[in-house]
Design a protein around this ligand. Structure first.
Ligand code: SIN
Ligand code: FE2
Length: 211
């Protein structure tokens, strides 16, 4: 998994949190193919927040559970609300990458049951938030960047903590768990660009143990 292209410069961010630079670079083409298949089965869509605002990030899911937002709130559910059908299965390449990245970050045996697929177009941002809709916070979050680079905002356990700005490139993986499981995080507005595999977009895969 960590072949020749993995430069091995793990960057600790906080207790339980690490940026694994290039960790997914070698498998990225397979991840992109698998993401395209997921999107073909469950299209990207702009969900609505409980407050009625359309989200800028387009989202879909794969795996037994998918994260959804609508006027009733945020939650995980087994069916895609657009089709009523189960979300597409978690691709094997996704499962393996998530397991390996979590293990490298100090969280062996990570078995995600949810993968949120986020698509950012230029100008799209994701405001600071915590991932707290999961049933227990014992498992880490594994977040994989594909396509255009982004500035990841990595904050602290309080919303008031000034976030660090981390440049994330195609194939970078961030893992946060343990004492960092509830850190605030977000993404700065995506700069325009043209990525060889993905064109004018960034795809982020976020793996979680939700149920
Ligand atoms: C998320 O917090 O769900 C996504 C983070 C990212 O796109 O890097
Ligand atoms: Fe998040």
């Amino acid at each position: 998994m960590t072949g020749d292209l993995f430069d091995g410069t793990d960057q600790p961010l906080a207790p339980g949190a690490v940026l694994l630079r290039g960790f997914a670079r070698e498998v990225a083409p397979a991840l992109v193919d698998a993401a395209r298949a997921v999107i073909a089965g469950a299209p990207l869509r702009h969900m609505v927040t409980p407050g009625g605002l359309e989200m800028g990030v387009a989202m879909t899911n794969c795996g037994p559970l998918g994260w959804v937002s609508d006027r009733r709130g945020y939650r995980y559910q087994a069916a895609d609300p657009l089709s009523g059908a189960p979300w597409p299965a978690l691709p094997e390449a996704f499962r393996t990458l998530a397991l390996d990245a979590a293990a490298r970050a100090g969280f062996p045996g990570f078995v995600p049951d949810a993968c949120l697929v986020n698509r950012y177009a230029p100008g799209t941002r994701l405001s600071l938030h915590q991932d707290r809709d999961e049933a227990d916070f014992g498992a880490p979050i594994v977040s994989v960047s594909l396509g255009l680079p982004a500035v990841f905002l990595f904050g602290g356990l309080s919303r008031a903590d000034r976030p660090r700005r981390l440049a994330l490139a195609h194939g970078d993986v961030v893992v946060w768990g343990g004492p960092s499981r509830l850190v605030y995080h977000g993404v700065a507005p995506l700069a325009a660009g043209d990525h060889p595999l993905l064109g004018a977009q960034r795809i982020n895969l976020t793996f979680r143990k939700a149920g």
